[in-house]
Write a protein that binds this ligand. Sequence first.
Ligand code: SP5
Ligand code: ZN
Length: 343
Amino acid sequence: MRYVRSDAHRLHFPDGELAGGEFVRPFECPERWEYIVAALDEAGMRDAVDPRPPDLRRIAQVHDTSYLEFLATAWQQWTDAGYVHDALPTVFPARDMAQIEPDHIDGKLGYYAFALETAITAGTWEAALGGAALAQTAQKLVTGGEPSAFALCRPPGHHASANLYGGYCFLNNAAIAANGFLGDGAERVAVLDVDFHHGNGTQSIFYDRSDVMFLSLHGDPRHEFPHFLGYADEQGVGDGVGFNHNYPLSPGTPYPVWAEALADACAKIADFGPDALVVSLGVDTFEADPISSFKLTTDDFSRYGQTIGELRLPTVYVMEGGYAVEEIGINTVNVLQGHLDMA
Ligand code: SP5
Ligand code: ZN
């Protein structure tokens, strides 16, 4: 399996993340990427590909133009306002308030953020755009005939909607890959999200569509981030009814229960008969993940990679979460190798 990577991710690394009422070193850190590259290398997966330049026209089919404009200029506006630390919102357009984009950056940040653990820094836009380019390049490889490819995206993307950032995500790399498949002739695409957290951004981007099926296995939003989406009764709207499937699972879920949900999701994907599959690959389902609560072991990642591989679909894996940094590499590689064992 070829994989697409770039150093641009290093440009995004905030000084801190707001967690439990204090600023801590961000869980979503550059070493995550380093550990994955090292594990790929160790496993003999050395076919690294450089990204093509980002296709902004296609990114604008997934994200609102005003949102992209905001992301591209937020840091400049923030420093123009006289601020010197990382950019964070302090106020949000919550219930019963005006949903109007303000002129001042303090207001714009809250308008476009849904969570405030995620800071914007000088290099955030360039890093996010670099990540989107990886997803686009992986999609092009698979559209061009590669059976599968891995986009080593950082920052991750599945929490970002058409016009909201948060959960460490700015551009929805998986949605951008799925949209790319459609633009290159696919009629139907499935997006399977196995990150510990619900892929709220991806769900919302495709919620009214029948050409993209979205399926997500995740911590029950009653207990886990992002808390405000990911319930089982969210099945789509309009043409999209029946094309959104959520599997909220309890904190502490062990592999057999998780694997049962995955089998159900894979059966739905097979019935849907997509031309391509995008996997939002977060390995924060690992038992030792510092911010998550599922109980998957390193060997379980191989097992479920095989389950996904058995679908025998042209597949793009897009990196999402995973914060047990020392094991993130082996857990990620195990999924990819499990896939290759079966595909
Ligand atoms: C891509 C991705 O995995 N984003 C996750 C963002 C989660 N951010 C907030 C996490 C809050 C976790 N609080 C539980 C701490 C338990 N020690
Ligand atoms: Zn996650």
